[in-house]
Structures are given as structure tokens and as C-alpha cells.
Design a protein around this ligand. Sequence first.
Ligand code: LMR
Length: 336
Amino acid sequence: MVKVTVCGAAGGIGQPLSLLLKLNANISELSLFDVVNVPGVGADLGHICSDSKTESFLPSSKEDKSALASSLKGSDLVIIPAGVPRKPGMTRDDLFNINASIVRDLAQGIAENCPDAFVLIISNPVNSTVPIVAETLKKNKVFNPKKLFGVTTLDIVRSNTFISQVFSGESKPTDFDTIVVGGHSGETIVPLYSLGKSADLYSKLSEDDKAKLIHRVQFGGDEVVQAKNGAGSATLSMAYAGYKLAESILKAFNEPNVVECTFLNLDDSIKGAAEAKKLVGGLDFFSLPVVLSKDGIAEVKYDVLTKANADEQKLLEVAKEQLAKNIEKGVKFITN
Ligand code: LMR
């Protein structure tokens, strides 16, 4: 029996994400929370003949906390895509003022109603909202760093797609499993194409083409924001990415050696996190490949940081500098 709750289920990401979750046979209960339109989404999804039960929860007023509490009670995994998306010309950080308090309030609900749940954060700016959730859970004395995940999976998805487009005659997206480290915003996104399955093809590119490919991954979100022209940012590909991470987490309940990249808290309690923290200049959060288990993150695969080539090391330096500010902003939002 696995209960999954989506906070922001009626939004652009929440709806396709909920559809994908509804189709997952490992989920027995799908709980949908939102502040608008969620009864319709719940009724619609509820007609699908998969075996999971669907319930929707809509607060009756701004003060009503009971709908969130009921949606979260008993949840094993909570995914948060709630909040507002970017418009052309905005950075993810420009969303901070609106999304920070939305995410904080949802984290408070998690602390009160399902403190043991896995928590996956999609709401931007992820580099700051994940620290906000960590600090909120700490304040409530229920923080488990092994169960908090910033969703950076879309950066991996894009990295695989974009390199396959460069080598279109010779490869397909599923040939790759690119490691992407750092954070989830512009230059904090560092694809390590020199490692793993992409290494051979990547080494054939000119320096200029390598730079163009990396830039496309780092600013891939902007392509969608511009194409949607004021109607938001990536929803379908983000739903796919969030689902992929959730699916892997559920798979790791029964299978060993499931690995995903995620933006995590480099807490000493996680194997390899102390070593990772030293390599990233003491940052408390960083996206890295992790080994998953039924208890959460079992191990951080920090060795990718030492294996990255000289050009990637330079990108990492830039990422670290920006991340330090993003993380501090999130932490201070709660601690001040
Ligand atoms: C993305 O990477 O597409 C999302 O984080 C949404 C955005 O604002 O770019």
C-alpha cells in the first residue's frame, strides 16, 4: 500500500504528473491537493480504470488547513509542483517571492501530517525551495535528509535528448544517461558529458559545439518559456521528469542499486555526503547521483566530481558560487 500526494495537482505540471502516477501499479492511493480546480481533476482521473484510489482535497477558504492535512495524512511520498511559473525574461529566482511561502506552508503541512514521507520538490527556484523545506522540517524537528529530493531530473532528460539531436544519425536519447550535477537553474546546471555513455561521442565535438550543447542544457527551460510566450514554462516534460524520479524511488523500495541525480542536503548521516560537501566547497546542498533504498538516499556518488574534466571543473566553480547565494536565500527565509 503506497499513498502518494501531489500538492498543486490541478496546475500545468500537477495534472500530467497525476495522470502518470495514476498509471503506476505500485501506487494504491493517489491524493490530489490544490487551492483551485482540483475536484474536477480528481473526478476526471478517478474514471481511469487503474487499481489506485483517487481523492481530491480543496480548502474551503485561505484559513482552512484541514484539506491539506487530510490530503497528506498517511502519505508515503509527496510531490510539490505548486506555485507560479516563469514568463519570458524572468529567471527562476524571480519566482522566489511568491513560491517561497507556498512551499513553506506545504512543508509545514508535511511536518504536521506525514513527517516520514519522501518529499520531492519541483516548485522553482529549486535551489532555494529545497533549503526552505529542509529548514521548515528542521524547525519542526522531523527533518530526514535522506528523504528530501530537489527534482533536477529534467536536466538529465534534456541532456540526453539534446546530445542525441547533435548526433542524430548515430544515436537516440535512450542511449544516454547523462550525469548532471550542481543545481537547477542556468549556470548551476552542470552536465558531465565527459563521463559515462556520452563520453565517446562528446569527445568528437569541437570546443565551440561542446559549449553550445552545454549552454542549451543550462538554459533549456528558457526555450520552453519563450515558446509558450507568456503561458508558462515546461509542464509536460517536467511532469515526466518528476514522475521518473518518483518511479525510481518507489522501485528502490524493492530493488537494490537504483541511481538517480537529485538536489540533496549533504548531511553527514548520508554515506558519501561529507566527502561530497568538501568537494563542493562546503555547500549544504548540491545535485549529485545518489543510490536509493527503501529508507531514502543510501549513498552519494561524489566521485563524479573528481572525474569531471578540466572544462567541467570550471563550470562547477561557477555553479558553486551561484548556488551558495541561492541556498542562503532559502535558508534565511525560514531562519530569519
Ligand atoms: C524547467 O527547467 O523547465 C523548469 O524549471 C521551469 C522553468 O522555469 O524553466
